[in-house]
Design a protein around this ligand. Structure first.
Ligand code: ADP
Ligand code: MG
Length: 256
């Protein structure tokens, strides 16, 4: 049943910018509870795919579906409401506000206005506000941000800030999480921490993750399945071992 409702299907998606085909008839399937990576060299079409999945770009042709629900053509906020959350694209954290406040802002899209401040300020908090406050706290703890709950986001390390962005996306209680290059600019330790966080989200929360990523090494260690793009075309799709050994993939990465 879950398979029917939560499978993400990318079906023959083409995106044209004038004469340029950023994506050419790309298809893949993301099974519930898996980490699915979309990788490829620079210019392969990864960001374009992320923007199509999150509703920022409109596909020229083809379809994206979550279960039987067609996502293509819907506005980003509508796609978010259907349970597809994104991190790292067009959503800036509020640097002067605490981790907790930023997470409550992410939570805000779930319910009516008004509880955001009340959830954090006792004793005037409403019961609903408190409930959201507790959930936000849980999510912060889950991503090892509990000790920094009251710290302004602006003073956190880069790695911590990136995990706040992921936590904020989780605060909308998504079924599917879209991550755009989550380890870009990270050092080895931060990368490992993010990789572990992604696996915890899959295993602990049962959320599917689509990872759009340039870093092959990180992807190969955590992805259940990998789709490889090159010049807007799908050149491989399979397990990390299969795709890593694929001559077309090796050629694409060597050539870049
Ligand atoms: P990647 O993220 O894999 O590096 P992109 O999706 O950013 O690749 O880009 C794929 C191709 O589409 C590139 O040739 C890029 O220049 C082009 N492109 C991306 N976005 C736009 C846009 N908004 N307008 C015109 N061309 C674009
Ligand atoms: Mg990109």
């Amino acid at each position: 049943l879950r398979e029917d409702v939560e499978t993400l299907t990318v079906d023959n998606v083409t995106v044209e910018f004038g004469a340029l085909k950023a994506l050419s008839e790309v298809s893949f399937t993301v099974r519930p509870g898996t980490v699915h990576a979309v990788i490829g060299p620079n210019g392969a079409g990864k960001s374009t795919m992320f923007n199509v999945l999150s509703g920022v770009y409109r596909a020229t042709s083809g379809q994206v579906r979550l279960g039987d629900t067609v996502l293509t053509g819907l506005r980003p906020h509508k796609i978010a409401k259907l349970g597809v959350a994104r991190a790292f694209q067009n959503i800036a954290l509020s640097a002067g506000q605490s981790v907790g406040e930023n997470l409550m802002l992410g939570r805000h899209s779930l319910t009516k206005a008004g509880f955001v401040s009340s959830g954090l300020r006792l004793p005037s908090a409403t019961r609903e506000g408190r409930r959201h406050g507790e959930r936000v706290r849980e999510i912060a703890d889950f991503l090892e941000l509990g000790s920094k709950f009251h710290t302004p986001v602006g003073v956190l390390s880069y790695g911590d800030q990136k995990r706040v962005e992921v936590a904020r996306a989780l605060c909308t209680e998504p079924r599917l999480l879209l991550l755009d290059e989550p380890v870009a600019g990270m050092n080895a330790e931060e990368t490992e921490r993010m990789a572990q966080a992604v696996l915890q989200i899959r295993d602990g929360l049962g959320i599917s993750i689509v990872l759009v990523e340039h870093d092959m090494g990180m992807v190969m260690s955590i992805a259940d399945r990998v789709t490889v793009l090159d010049f807007g075309r799908r050149i491989a799709d399979g397990t990390p071992d299969e795709t890593q050994a694929d001559p077309d993939v090796i050629r694409a990465y060597l050539g870049s």
